[in-house]
Design a protein around this ligand. Structure first.
Ligand code: HEC
Ligand code: HEC
Length: 177
């Protein structure tokens, strides 16, 4: 009926094949262009994201470095992450409990740990450095020894086992030649 309706299929096919050529070229071109760059696929996201709420640790630590310190504290205090970090009820996972909200400050022990870290740093930088030749900085475990509350030290009663090794008297120490 319409004069143009007769030529439409032909025009459509022409258009379609033109489009296919464009698509094929487009599909090929980036492939060739990207071949050298293909090796440099974007790196996977870091396993431990950069910290956002450090108040006492150096602010330029990477997520991995913070994680390593945290694992160290776990061992030195004999606790798990949840001792200082609350679980975030807002984060629901399908395959387990809520993940901890690690940047959040809702647990009292986290604040105490900040005090303890600052105290430990001050002991080392103000006092231990002044002990000539000392190579033993104070760490959490110097006091905690794997316990969240340091164990009280009890002096052996008289008649108990002898001291492991009495230090040599001044006269017994090797004299410089
Ligand atoms: C003894 C308490 C304590 C334990 C145990 C602990 N943390 Fe922490 N964590 C802290 C404190 C304190 C900070 C904040 C340090 C600061 O303010 O500089 C922190 C900060 C972090 C941060 C940085 C969050 C941010 O974005 O600022 C991460 C991540 C983290 N902890 C993960 C862990 C993991 C994982 C564990 C267990 C392997 C763990 N923590 C165990 C006390 C603890
Ligand atoms: C000079 C000794 C010493 C050092 C070093 C030390 N602490 Fe402590 N810490 C203590 C004492 C003492 C307490 C109080 C224990 C109590 O009252 O039961 C304590 C308490 C704590 C508590 C609170 C425990 C609770 O149940 O209330 C946390 C958390 C803690 N320390 C973390 C740390 C961390 C983390 C480090 C290293 C960054 C550290 N401490 C280094 C001596 C020390």
């Amino acid at each position: 009926m319409k004069p143009s309706s007769k030529s439409r299929p032909t025009a459509f096919v022409t258009l379609l094949s033109a489009a296919l050529v464009v698509v094929a070229t487009a599909a090929q071109a980036p492939q060739n262009a990207q071949r050298p760059a293909a090796a440099a696929t974007p790196p996977p996201p870091p396993a431990y994201p950069a910290p956002t709420n450090l108040k006492v640790l150096p602010k330029n630590l990477t997520g991995q470095q913070v994680h390593d310190i945290m694992k160290q504290w776990n061992g030195e205090l004999g606790v798990r992450c949840g001792a200082c970090h609350a679980e975030d009820p807002g984060i629901v996972t399908t395959d387990g409990p809520a993940r901890p909200a690690l940047a959040e400050d809702s647990k009292a022990l986290k604040e105490i740990a900040r005090l303890m870290y600052t105290m430990t740093e001050q002991i080392n930088t103000n006092y231990i450095v002044r002990v000539a030749g000392s190579s033993m900085p104070v760490t959490c475990s110097t006091c905690h020894r794997g316990n969240i509350g340091p164990e009280p030290f009890t002096i052996q009663p008289a008649g108990g086992p002898p001291p492991v090794q009495a230090p040599p008297s001044l006269e017994e120490r090797p004299q410089p030649q």
